[in-house]
Design a protein around this ligand. Sequence first.
Ligand code: SF4
Ligand SMILES: [Zn+2]
Length: 220
Amino acid sequence: MSYTGSIPDTLAHRHDWMADMACRTEKPETFFEKKHEHEARVICAVRCRVRAQCLAHVQRLERGDAEDRRDGVVAGLTAHERWRLDATAPGHSDKPALVFTGEPPRCGTYSALLRHLWMGEQIDPECWSGEIRRERLNRATTATRKEPAEPAPVPKPVMAPRKQPQAKGGTPHERRIYRLWAEGLTDLQIARRMAISVPQVERVCVRLGLLPNAHTKKAS
Ligand code: SF4
Ligand SMILES: [Zn+2]
């Protein structure tokens, strides 16, 4: 079989590229926890050989979805960023969609980085420097905020034991996988829906004790 075009040949082997996903060997938390967003972005944009396919996949999969139906960092973009960049997504009244038409934003700015990531463009050193500067500033601001301004108040004694919530999963990522599993989706279907790898889904299912049902249920 030969393929000579410049666009990834995702039609003939729609999900073969998933074998090369750089996130396959990473911890799921890296892609689903806010404090790791920058790290995940770097893995996607610098280390992943299939970011173009992943980007096309997630754009197709999430097109028109509300913000709360998106999860984690995919193709270097956070769930919130992908929602802002999808002009067809609902709920843009207070935060308008980021539609890049006309003159591209100046390199080094956050907008320019988002444009490169969303359009599948190469990220130039100036835009990376901008991202690293913003990340350092974020960390410094978070560290300052964490310093206690005054002694913490003495906690009141708890009289009754707290009722444990029944939700399965300790992170939004795990809860999303659980919800999809509960809908009857197989591991592969969950992986495709969330643009993550099957082993990542399996690891969470094992952790949540869902493995025995994952293969017996049928998607509706
Ligand atoms: S989320 Fe997509 S771009 Fe990022 S590492 Fe995984 S496959 Fe690559
Ligand atoms: Zn740039």
